[in-house]
Write a protein that binds this ligand. Structure first.
Ligand code: ADQ
Length: 414
C-alpha cells in the first residue's frame, strides 16, 4: 500500500428520485439495505478496509437519518487524526446548495486545504460492491495521470445510466473519450454487447482536483457534475486513466463475487440486489470476514422462531436473511430479507420480500415480491404483491417488474 497521504470524499447528496418512496424522507445513501445496513456502509467499509481513515461525507438532501447513522456508526477515534465527518452544503460559493456533485467538492475545498492530501479518492455512496482503493491508487500513481476512473463492463442497453469510457488498443489505460449517460449503439471490440462504464469512483492527484473544480465553479456553462464536467475536462487534456475493476482483488472474495458491483439506483435493482444476497451461492457474499462490511451495533436480542400453537404453525424461514430482533411467530418466510424488530405473525406467508425495521405483519397475511419500508403495519388478512392492479389502486408503488413498494410508516387499512 502507498504511504502517500489520502483523503477520501464520499458523495452522499444524491436525491434518489427513482427509489421513491424509499427516499421520501431520507437521502439515498441512508436507505436501509441487506437487513442491518444502509447503502453508504458499503462505500465507507471499502474506504476503511482500504486503509483510508480520513473521510468526509458530503451531504445535502434530507440528510437527518444519514447524519445520525454516521454519527452513531462511523465515529472513529480522533486520537490518530482519523475521522468520518458528515459535511452539509457549505454555501461558500453563494447562497445555493450543491448544484452538482463537483460543486459539492468546490464548496468543501477548505477540507482539502486543511488536510493537504497527496491524493483524493472520490466515491459515490449508492453502489453495492467490494473494492480495495489502495490497489487503484497504485495504478493511478503508475499511470502518471492526474485522474483515474474505475470502470466495469455493463450491458450496452444500460449505457444511458452510466458514464461511458472509450480507450484504444494502442494505449488501453488512457481514456480517449468519456461521455456521461449517452445512448451507445456500438459495443466493445472484443464484446459488442458491453460498454465500459464508469463506477462513479475516482482518484485524483490533489492539486489537479483543486484546480479542476475551482475552474469549473467559475464556468457558468457547466452543470458542475463529476461525470458530466470534471472527468471530461481531464480527458480533454489526455490526463485521465481508466482502472479496470477486473484487476481489483479483495481479500476473501470468491470466484462468484469477485467482480460484483451493482448500482441500486432503481427499485427493481434494489430488490434484485437483495435477492443476490440470499441466493444459495450468494453472488455477493456478506460473510467475507477478511473485508467486513461495518454498520451500527444496535443491541437488539437474537432472532426468535416460535411455533404458535396449539393449532398454530411452525414459525420458519428458509433461503432468507433474518436480522437480530426479529420474531417469526408461526409465519412462513422464504427467499426474503428481514430487518431488526420485525414481527411476523401466525399463518402469514412472506416470500421474495424485503421487510425493513419494525414492520409488523398480522395473521393470515400474504406478502410476495414486495419491499415494505420501516414501521409499516400490515393488518391481519392483507394481501400485498399478489395483484398489481389492486396494489396500485391502494396507492402503493408497483415497479415495472411487478415489485410492490410500501413507504415508511404506512398504516394499512384493514
Ligand atoms: P449517477 O449516480 O447518476 O452517475 P449522480 O446522481 O451525480 O450520478 O450521483 C453520484 C454520487 O454523487 C451519488 O453517490 C450521489 O448520492 C452523489 N451526489 C449527487 N449529487 C450530489 C451533490 N450535489 N452533493 C453531494 N453528493 C452528490 C454517476 C456517474 C456516472 C457513473 C455512475 C455509476 O456520474 O458516470 O457511471 O455514477 O453509478
Amino acid at each position: 500500500m502507498s504511504s502517500k497521504k489520502v483523503l477520501a470524499i464520499v458523495l452522499a447528496g444524491g436525491e434518489g428520485k427513482r427509489l421513491m418512496p424509499l427516499t421520501l424522507d431520507r437521502a439515498k445513501p441512508a436507505v436501509p439495505f441487506g437487513g442491518i445496513y444502509r447503502l453508504i456502509d458499503f462505500a465507507l467499509s471499502n474506504i476503511v478496509n482500504s486503509g483510508y481513515l480520513r473521510v468526509v461525507v458530503l451531504t445535502q438532501y434530507k440528510s437527518h437519518s444519514l447524519d445520525k447513522h454516521i454519527a452513531q456508526t462511523w465515529r472513529m477515534s480522533s486520537l490518530l487524526g482519523n475521522y468520518v465527518a458528515p459535511v452539509p452544503a457549505q454555501q461558500r460559493m453563494g447562497k445555493h446548495w450543491f448544484r452538482g456533485s463537483a460543486d459539492a467538492i468546490a464548496q468543501s475545498l477548505n477540507l482539502i486545504h486543511e488536510e493537504k492530501p497527496d491524493y483524493v479518492v472520490v466515491v459515490g455512496a449508492d453502489n453495492i460492491y467490494r473494492m480495495d482503493f489502495s490497489q487503484m491508487l497504485d495504478a493511478h500513481i503508475e499511470s502518471g495521470k492526474s485522474c483515474t476512473v474505475a470502470a466495469i463492463r455493463q450491458p450496452i442497453e444500460m449505457s444511458d445510466q452510466f458514464g461511458v469510457i472509450e480507450t484504444d488498443s494502442s494505449d488501453p489505460t488512457t481514456i480517449k473519450a468519456f461521455v456521461e449517460k449517452p445512448t451507445v449503439t456500438e459495443g466493445l471490440a472484443d464484446d459488442p454487447t458491453s460498454i465500459l462504464a464508469s463506477m462513479g469512483n475516482y482518484i485524483f492527484t490533489a492539486d489537479a482536483l483543486v484546480d479542476a473544480v475551482t475552474r469549473d465553479a467559475e464556468d457558468d456553462s457547466s452543470k458542475h457534475d463529476m461525470g458530466g464536467d470534471i472527468v471530461p475536462s481531464f480527458v480533454a487534456q489526455q490526463d485521465a486513466a481508466v482502472y479496470d475493476f477486473i484487476h481489483n482483488d479483495v481479500p476473501g472474495s470468491t470466484d462468484r463475487d469477485r467482480d460484483y458491483w451493482r448500482d441500486v439506483g432503481t427499485l427493481d435493482a434494489f430488490f434484485d440486489a437483495h435477492m443476490d444476497l440470499i441466493a444459495i451461492h450468494p453472488v455477493f457474499n456478506l460473510y467475507n470476514e477478511e473485508w467486513p462490511t461495518y454498520t451500527g451495533n444496535r443491541n437488539v436480542p437474537p432472532a426468535k422462531f416460535v411455533h404458535a400453537g396449539p393449532g398454530g404453525r411452525v414459525g420458519a424461514a428458509v433461503d432468507s436473511i433474518i436480522s437480530p430482533g426479529v420474531v417469526v411467530s408461526g409465519a412462513q418466510v422464504a427467499t426474503s430479507v428481514v430487518s431488526p424488530g420485525a414481527r411476523l405473525n401466525s399463518w402469514s406467508t412472506i416470500s421474495e420480500a424485503v421487510i425493513m425495521d419494525g414492520v409488523s405483519v398480522g395473521r393470515h397475511s400474504q406478502i410476495h415480491r414486495a419491499i415494505i419500508d420501516k414501521n409499516v403495519v400490515v393488518p391481519p388478512r392483507t394481501q400485498i404483491g399478489l395483484d398489481p392492479e389492486e396494489d396500485r389502486a391502494r396507492g402503493w408503488v408497483v415497479t415495472g417488474s411487478g415489485i410492490t413498494v410500501i413507504g415508511k410508516g404506512t398504516v394499512i387499512e384493514p
